[in-house]
Design a binder for this molecule. Structure first.
Ligand code: GRF
Length: 189
């Protein structure tokens, strides 16, 4: 059984996608938000999932204690806008993953988030973009790539339409699929 904490800051469509996938042997135990107004918190409450809000100067060691108390074994960053520091990341030993809305290593790194990613893809005239799930390390968007999904870019795309397509045709499939595999693997250990 994987006990998951999903870290969010905004809408929470990825959180909803994981829940909708009804993955066996995986349970979302906690939703942690860096933004008290995140719609993801409403989604969590609708599903009866415990939530926690991080303030700007959150205490890393007390967060680690909370996660340990809930026996969290996987952290999923899904639109989480804070950068975790390296000691926190080391504590989870490769068990933190992130979803990024491009085909990394392209269009990643600090400052590449939200519509900025899609604006850059359109500016470059790329025919494909997509989404990536990767391990989280202290290099922003630089951890080992776990899996990617390609999504076409169309000539009439705006950053918004491309973002929507990547979320609907990319992220919605990719993140639950990766988590499902991790859950299956955790059973065979
Ligand atoms: C997604 O596009 C994800 O790839 C990126 O931030 C967005 C979060 O969306 N890291 P949501 O909050 O899950 O709807």
């Amino acid at each position: 059984m994987l006990n998951i904490a999903v870290f969010v800051s905004g809408n929470g469509s990825n959180l909803e996608n994981i829940l909708a996938a009804n993955i066996a042997n995986c349970q979302i135990k906690l939703v942690v938000s860096s933004n008290k107004k995140a719609y993801a918190l409403v989604r969590a409450a609708n599903h009866g999932i415990d939530t926690m809000i991080l303030d700007n100067e959150f205490d890393e060691s007390s967060l680690l204690k909370d996660l340990a108390a809930r026996k969290i074994t996987l952290i999923v960053l899904a639109g989480f806008m804070k950068i975790l520091n390296s000691s926190f990341i080391e504590n989870f030993n490769g068990q933190i993953i992130n979803i990024h809305p491009s085909l990394l290593p392209a269009y990643g790194g600090q400052g590449m988030y939200g519509l900025k990613v899609h604006e850059a893809v359109l500016k470059a005239g790329d025919k494909y973009s997509g989404a990536t799930v990767h391990q989280v390390t202290s290099i922003v968007d630089g951890g080992e790539i776990i899996e990617q999904i390609k999504v076409p870019v169309f000539p009439a795309d705006t950053p918004q339409s491309l973002q929507r397509r990547i979320q609907e045709d990319g992220e919605k499939i990719l993140l639950p699929a990766v988590i499902k595999k991790m859950c299956e693997r955790s059973l065979s250990k």
